[in-house]
Structures are given as structure tokens and as C-alpha cells.
Design a protein around this ligand. Structure first.
Ligand code: ADP
Ligand code: MG
Length: 434
């Protein structure tokens, strides 16, 4: 019998603006059987979302084949539905209408659609909120609606793209449990779940398999069986051993990537995906590293400061990207620049940060160049959003730009006016950067 889902030699190239094509996925083979919950892990920008979209048939692979129950997928995949990180709800529709939307192409009567939507709303714990609009809901409830809209279609395969990463810790944990309960107790007819995540603990907590991707381009570098019985305890030894193992595979691939970044630096003009980390969190982390011993084991460090490793990794990634820290065999240490930064006063820090942005992340220079070229030194956010969309796709663009603006504001590279949504250079800026 054919497997539920098969990916054969999937390769994906994007046209990079002004360059040749960039290879994102390379020769990905993956088979998912009925009953499996598969987590896909990999660094930011490695191609996890692209892979999910290819499975869903929303994006076409450059070459290779997706098969659903043995049938090659030519258009959208009829067996899947997707939950997005950004919830992707329609603000002008109620909870009920948003959920019903999942059924718009199903050959059901209006009445049947309504009943199925109401049943799902009940199941996901939103009973009583049928008539509410998304803006009236908390983030956790909005994501429940996102989940409801996917579940109402009764897909064979549920695809989830970092479904919990926009939620606070407690809300995320609640939703993880509720979903896991629906899945384990077979309250939903879903045959398989594929979840993209950057959370190692999340993967080990929920999934049966952890598939780890490398980057530039992404290939499958590990496919790890997680054979622990549910419900799993994060503190148990078998659990932490698995987390450790996946973690070391991921950091290994990150080290390798760092090397290619360094050898390519200068010539590196391509868009680098930023992890969604605020400059303030990063500076705090660098100070902490400076206060600790020279080298710290990341896993222990996370434990000591009572952070989830999952929360810490994006910060570590940002520190590496900016050249403030290096990770080697699970130990993180500050670079010379990182040490200088940690020891500097506020003004010096801004300067160092600016220099690192300049050297490593071309997008900041490009934005600045545009602003400098404008007589009024202002440009709407929407303009840059369009540019970033071309590099990271629509769904990631908003949050990428938020991170860019946050880092730029911190280092006073350029400013941003929330109310008019305009990026601009300050009046006295010319002197400061001359
Ligand atoms: P992940 O989900 O692992 O963070 P993505 O799949 O979003 O990664 O992106 C992988 C790579 O593909 C990134 O380098 C990104 O810039 C690029 N990319 C994603 N979508 C597009 C697009 N629509 N156009 C051009 N490049 C894209
Ligand atoms: Mg993604």
C-alpha cells in the first residue's frame, strides 16, 4: 500500500532579485506513514516553510515529486490543510465564519457546513465565542480559530508552520496539550501531522519523528525516531537525551553554516533571514555571557537561567549572525567584538551594532541608501515590505521587517514612525554618520 505522503527528490530554487537563482531545498526525500506525527526542524531561513508549502501544493517544487496516497500532486494537495504561525484569520469575519471558510469548496449544504463548524469550535474550546471577531480574542484563542479552520476540513494530513511560536509560554503549552489530546485520543480523523518548529523540546514533546534540515540549501541531515510514550515529561532523562542529540546535530549544522558565511562575507549580498529577536533581548544575553565564564554549555546555560532551550536558540542565532558569539560543540563564547560590545557604554554599543549590521547584513545598507537618496529622507514601510516579500515570501515579510526596524532603531541606523508607518532618517543624522 502506498504511503500517505511521499516526497521524492524535491528541489526548490527561487529567483533572487538581481542575481542568479538561489537553491533553498535540495533533493529532499521524505516518507510519512499513517499515524505519524513528524516534526521538521532547522535554522531560520533553511526552507521549512517552503517545504510545507510544497507539500500543500501552494508552491511548486523546481523538480521532484510530491505523492499523496501514491498519486502525484499537480495542483493543491487535497489531503492536507495548514495552520499558519500568523493565524491568517480574516478580521472582518467572526470565529464561526472564519472556521466555516475552511469548508467553502466542500460539497456540503449550508446547514451541514454550519454544524461541522460549530462542532469543531466546541472541540477546540471556543464554545461561546462563535460570534466574536478576531480582534476581540487573545493570541491563543486566535490560533485556536486557525486550528479550527484547518480541522473542520477533516484533512488526512494536518500541516502546521510554527503554530505556537507567536504565543506566550503558557498559552502555547495549553494549546500543545489540547492538540495532542485531540490527536492521541483520536478525536480528530487526521491521519498524520507534520509540524515545522524551531523548538527542539516542542518536537520531542509532541512528535514521533524529528526530521532535521541543514541550510543553504536544505537537505535532510537527520531523521530521528522519538519512541517515548505519551504523556512525556521534559525532565526525564530519556527526554533530555533526545533533546541533546537533536540539539547537537542542529548546532553542528549551524557551525558549518557559520563557516560558509564567513568565507563568503564581503561577497555575501544575498538576503539573510533574521531570527525574530529584539535587540534588547540580544544585548541582555550578551551581557549575561560576559558575566559568566568564558565558555558556556548552551544547554546547561538555558537550564540555569530557566529559559527553554527553544527560547534561547533564536537569540543565540542572532548573536552568531551579528558576529557577537560563536558556538562550537555546544559551547557558546563571545567573540572579540562581542566582548567589546558587552563592555561598552550605550553610545559605543550602538556604534558597534551598526558596524556589525553594515558588515554582515546588506539589507540594512540598502534601506539606508534608499532613505538617504530621498530628498525628504522618508519612505513608507510598505515599500520595503514589498522588497522583503520578494526575499522571504509574504508570510514572513511583516515579522522580518519588524525585526529589521527594531535592530535599526536600537543602533540608530534609521528611525520608524509607528503611527504613519514610515521609515526615516533623523535630522541630525547626517552629522552622526558623516
Ligand atoms: P524557514 O521557514 O525555514 O525559516 P523559508 O522556507 O521561509 O525558511 O525560506 C527559505 C529560504 O527561501 C530563505 O532564504 C528565504 O529568503 C527564501 N524564500 C522563501 N520564500 C521566498 C519567496 N517567495 N521568494 C524568494 N525567496 C524566498
Ligand atoms: Mg518559516
Amino acid at each position: 500500500m502506498a504511503a500517505l505522503l511521499e516526497l521524492r527528490h524535491i528541489t526548490k530554487r527561487y529567483d533572487a532579485p538581481g542575481e542568479q537563482q538561489v537553491s533553498v531545498l535540495q533533493d529532499i526525500d521524505l516518507t510519512v506513514e499513517e499515524g505519524e506525527f513528524v516534526a521538521i526542524l532547522g535554522p531560520s531561513g533553511s526552507g521549512k516553510s517552503t517545504l510545507l508549502r510544497i507539500i500543500a501544493g501552494l508552491v511548486r517544487a523546481s523538480s521532484g515529486e510530491v505523492r499523496y496516497r501514491g498519486q502525484p500532486i499537480k495542483d493543491t494537495n487535497p489531503g492536507v490543510s495548514m495552520v499558519f504561525q500568523s493565524f491568517a484569520l480574516f478580521p472582518w469575519l467572526t470565529v464561526l465564519e472564519n472556521v466555516e471558510l475552511g469548508l467553502r469548496y466542500k460539497p456540503l449544504s449550508e446547514e451541514e457546513k454550519r454544524q461541522r463548524a460549530l462542532d469543531v469550535i466546541d472541540m477546540i474550546g471556543l464554545d461561546g465565542f462563535e460570534g466574536a471577531y478576531p480582534r476581540e480574542l487573545s493570541g491563543g484563542m486566535r490560533q485556536r480559530v486557525g486550528l479550527g479552520r484547518a480541522l473542520v476540513m477533516e484533512p488526512d494530513i494536518l500541516l502546521m508552520d510554527e503554530p505556537f511560536s507567536a504565543l506566550d509560554v503558557l498559552t502555547a503549552e495549553n494549546l500543545r496539550r489540547d492538540l495532542l489530546e485531540l490527536w492521541l485520543e483520536r478525536k480528530i480523523p487526521t491521519k498524520s501531522i507534520i509540524m515545522v518548529t524551531h523548538g527542539i523540546e516542542e518536537a520531542v514533546y509532541m512528535a514521533d519523528r524529528a526530521v532535521v534540515l541543514s541550510r543553504d540549501p536544505a537537505t535532510v541531515i537527520a531523521d530521528i525516531h522519538i519512541g517515548l510514550p505519551h504523556w512525556r515529561e521534559r525532565k526525564e532523562e530519556a527526554f533530555t537525551r533526545l533533546v541533546d542529540r537533536i540539539y547537537s546535530i542542529l548546532t553542528h549544522s549551524r557551525e558549518a553554516h557559520q563557516k560558509t558565511l564567513i568565507t563568503a562575507s564581503g561577497a555575501q549580498r544575498r538576503y539573510v533571514v533574521l531570527p525574530p529577536v529584539q535587540a534588547g533581548a540580544l544585548t541582555g544575553f550578551l551581557e549575561l555571557l560576559d558575566d559568566l565564564e568564558i565558555k558556556s554549555d548552551l544547554y546547561k546555560l538555558a537550564d540555569e537561567i530557566m529559559f527553554d532551550l527553544d527560547e534561547l536558540l533564536p537569540i543565540v542565532e542572532a548573536a552568531q549572525l551579528l558576529g557577537f558569539a560563536t558556538v562550537s560543540q555546544g559551547d557558546i563564547s563571545l567573540t572579540e567584538v562581542g566582548k567589546r560590545f558587552a563592555a561598552a557604554n550605550v553610545l559605543e554599543r550602538k556604534e558597534i551594532f551598526r558596524a556589525q549590521l553594515h558588515e554582515r547584513l546588506p539589507i540594512f545598507e540598502r534601506i539606508r541608501w534608499v532613505l538617504e537618496s530621498k530628498r525628504n529622507r522618508r519612505m513608507p514601510r510598505e515599500f520595503f515590505l514589498e522588497v522583503i516579500r520578494k526575499n522571504v515570501g509574504t508570510e514572513e515579510a511583516e515579522s522580518q521587517l519588524d525585526t529589521i526596524i527594531d535592530w535599526a532603531r536600537y543602533s540608530e541606523l534609521f528611525a520608524y514612525d509607528e503611527s504613519t508607518k514610515v521609515l526615516y532618517l533623523e535630522d541630525d543624522d547626517e552629522a552622526a554618520h558623516a
